[in-house]
Design a protein around this ligand. Structure first.
Ligand SMILES: C[S@@+](CC[C@H](N)C(=O)[O-])C[C@H]1O[C@@H](n2cnc3c(N)ncnc32)[C@H](O)[C@@H]1O
Length: 408
């Protein structure tokens, strides 16, 4: 048994020194005050000015905790918490993929930034699987699919992912190489004629079957432009292109993923417009911020989901592990602060079977360092399926959640 993509980002001599000096669970604060780095100096100054603690910057992972959010910059130590907990290097693409809930069998493609984008942009497939379980299975189309975090999870939950679309050829290669989706097509969804092309592709892919769910994670800057035509603003174009696709394809359910910032006060105009228009199209709509660690992921990742349903009221899977410091507890469906749930999966359980010595090329196969020490590793290695790893799920509707809050 072997894995691919086991290569880390390269370190400058200065960054290699940082990697040596920071302790597991630590960050830039572990460096001596006279450490000669402009980036560290910049971080010190902004932390002193009260612009946040910058506590993940130059962070080293701790074996006994989940990771912080895996972004698309895990090749840079100064941009997050990406230093390996015990080896003197950054985490590899494969280790980041493990933290993101991708199984080892999944192969990423391309050079340069490609693999970092494919991993860091994804909805963790294991989380997508649990979201999919709350919806009626059927044919699914995934827009802005990336390497297919959502596509994967929906396929595991018994859906037929008939079409995945992205404008990045490397993502299309990764999707086609994998076999969980029936068709992957490159299309610029920001193009004014894209909806027409999409409808043609969708008709072909569906072959007369109804579309159960349209899923997608369009990039959205979520600017507040109150009083203006939000859909005409080029910064919002892709998110409204998703809405146009909903109008044209008329799925029974809609699931859109984005960053929680879409819900922040003063930036809510895009979210409000989206939910309003989905409602006008006949969908029951709900918005949630899900905490990945509550769903068995070894990562503190918060993402916003909009669910629209014509067949029923929106329902969400309840977290089955502890949620760490929810910023807005009311946005996480099914979270009642019940600490009797097991603690989150930690970094050791997620990656400790991968070798400390990385590969010299992402397409080089490397063997596991040891036998699996956790159910999570067994799942990543293909020894368990998602349904064996994830316990029986409970589903909650927002109305039930609000009742819970009223009782508390
Ligand atoms: C946040 S990622 C989506 C990740 C995906 N949902 C997953 O789970 O893996 C956004 C994706 O939108 C794609 N994208 C950006 N602009 C696009 C456009 N104009 N047309 C089609 N896809 C686009 C990017 O290539 C990227 O893969």
């Amino acid at each position: 048994m072997s894995v691919f993509d086991h290569t880390p980002g390269r370190l400058s001599a200065l960054d290699a020194e940082v990697v040596r000096l920071v302790r597991p669970g630590g960050n830039w604060r572990d460096l001596p005050a006279d450490f000669d780095s402009r980036r560290v100096e910049q971080i010190r100054r902004s932390a002193a000015a009260g612009d946040g603690s910058r506590s993940t910057y130059y962070g080293k992972l701790a074996l006994d905790r989940p990771s912080y959010t895996v972004s698309t910059y895990f090749n840079r130590p100064g941009n997050g918490c990406y230093i390996h907990p015990t080896a003197e290097r950054l985490i590899t693409v494969r280790e980041a993929a493990r933290l993101q809930g991708f199984p080892d069998a999944f192969r990423f493609t391309g050079r340069g930034r490609s693999r970092y984008l494919q991993v860091g942009n994804a909805v963790p497939p294991l989380l997508a699987y649990q979201l999919a379980r709350s919806l009626t299975a059927g044919c699914v189309i995934d827009l802005f699919a990336g390497a297919g975090g959502l596509s994967h999870g929906f396929a595991w939950a018994g859906n037929d992912v008939v079409l995945s679309v992205d404008n990045d050829p490397m993502c299309i290669d990764a999707l086609r190489g994998d076999g969980h989706v029936a068709a992957a097509e490159r299309l610029d969804l920001g193009d004014p004629d894209a909806t027409e092309a999409l409808v043609r592709l969708a008709r072909e892919a569906l072959g007369g079957r109804p579309l159960a769910t349209l899923v997608g994670g369009p990039p959205c800057q979520g600017f507040s432009t109150a009083g203006k035509n939000l859909a005409a603003d080029p910064r919002n174009r892709l998110v409204f292109a998703f809405l146009e696709a909903v109008e044209a394809l008329e799925p029974a359910c809609v699931l859109m993923e984005n960053v929680p910032a879409l819900m922040w006060k003063g930036r809510r105009t895009v979210l409000d417009e989206l939910t309003r228009r989905l409602g006008a199209l006949g969908y029951e709509v709900d918005v949630a911020i899900l905490h990945a660690e509550g769903y068995g992921l070894p990562q503190l990742r918060r993402r916003l989901f909009i669910q629209g349903r014509r067949d029923d009221v929106p329902a969400w899977p309840a977290p089955h592990r502890q949620v760490v410091g929810p910023a807005q507890p009311g946005s996480q469906p099914g979270w009642d602060g019940n600490d009797l749930r097991p603690r989150p999966v930690d970094v050791e359980e997620a990656i400790s079977d991968l070798p400390a010595t990385p590969a010299s090329d992402p397409d080089e196969a490397v063997g596991y360092a040891r036998s699996s020490m956790s159910a999570y590793q067994q799942w990543a290695r293909g020894e368990l399926i998602a349904g064996d790893l994830i316990p029986e799920l409970a589903f909650v509707t927002r109305a039930a959640q609000l009742r819970l809050e009223a009782v508390a």
